[in-house]
Design a protein around this ligand. Sequence first.
Ligand SMILES: Cc1cc2nc3c(=O)[nH]c(=O)nc-3n(C[C@H](O)[C@H](O)[C@H](O)COP(=O)(O)OP(=O)(O)OC[C@H]3O[C@@H](n4cnc5c(N)ncnc54)[C@H](O)[C@@H]3O)c2cc1C
Length: 386
Amino acid sequence: MLLLAVSAIIVAMTNATSPSSTEETHVHTLVVGTGPAGILAAYHAASAGPVLMVDRFTLPRDKSCGGMIHPLSQDIFAEMGATMPPELLLEPEEVFFRYNDWDKKRSYDTKLGFLNVDRKPFDEWMLSLIADKADIWDACEYQGHEETPDGRLRVRLNARGQERAVTCDWLVGADGSRSRVRRALGLKPFDCYLTVQDYCLRTGPVDAVFDCFWAEEIPDLAIGYVIPKNERALVGLIYYPGTKRAHEQQDHALEMLRERLNIGESIKREAWSALKHRSVKDIVSGQGQVLLVGEAGGFLSPTSGEGISWALDSGRSAGRAIAAGGAGTSADTVEAVQAQHRRDTAHLRRMISWRLRIYPVMTSRWGKSLLGFTPKPLIEWITRRI
Ligand SMILES: Cc1cc2nc3c(=O)[nH]c(=O)nc-3n(C[C@H](O)[C@H](O)[C@H](O)COP(=O)(O)OP(=O)(O)OC[C@H]3O[C@@H](n4cnc5c(N)ncnc54)[C@H](O)[C@@H]3O)c2cc1C
């Protein structure tokens, strides 16, 4: 009931609209995608001129997610002076990361705590942070763009079935793992994991942890997790790219989990995708007047799959770079904006590079066995860096 009330207030505070006429619109910044990366880019870019955000979904969108909010995301909200409404938090409000080796029946608790939310109301709350900073057109799909003779970008959109064009000085691609803006730059699409999540009833208590497991019984499983969410349990499995019959594997995983945990019937199943890096070269922060942020730019932890704080961080970087560029888009300004965004996301690139080096060890059989002999302080240290 409380959540419904919060949701109603948040919807009233956001400003999703549809375009009122077919006239060509001009904005300083056009952001494609209303996820955390797009929101932070819009939030900061707004100080340099009008911002329009578009999303192919009707809002509020319903993105499949574990709803685990990392301390780094909380730091970014604090810096903006934004406090997450306590009503967003589910029971248990904070869950600690636990490694769970189902084959060897060994688990390792850590002190890394995440806030526990449902992604939909969380996304709605984030949208409310830009209510007075950006216009938003939902059910509006980016289709492509070209440069105009006067140095702007002309962006083609499909807004509720109607072809529209918007010109802008800056285009921000915040359109996730299957980014079309990224493809328009001539970049190869990412390989993608297939993700399947089941919202299950509980047949008894479920440990108050963010329980990440692996099991050889599920052949294509990269990692799975169980998270208690109020009276339910969320069971998510991430399958390697190219996985066939993921639904059958998911059913098998649920059966396996039910033998050991109080997991009951699934009342909702959803499938999604998440990017898998081929190499650090997959990280591209932009080209010319186009900046890439969040998963569209390759910003996501390749080891833990945590992506919200990376999206917020890279979105903030792009928005600040556009704001620093001011009104013009001379060749020097474009170069300066791209250089700033590259510099301010360099730490994310370094972190991804490190994670890509340890990923093969983490996922190998001997790497998993090694965990059993790793001293606890070292497990804590590694956990904070994945
Ligand atoms: C199953 C699953 C569980 C996850 N769990 C967690 C978790 O617990 N914690 C965590 O930190 N991360 C988690 N992640 C990762 C996290 O959800 C993403 O990394 C994060 O949302 C990326 O943010 P983003 O803003 O880059 O893109 P997104 O949040 O994906 O937003 C992209 C937006 O772009 C829109 N879009 C796409 N194409 C177009 C187009 N052509 N035109 C207009 N709009 C378009 C989409 O509709 C979407 O709204 C999870 C991911 C998955 C798949």
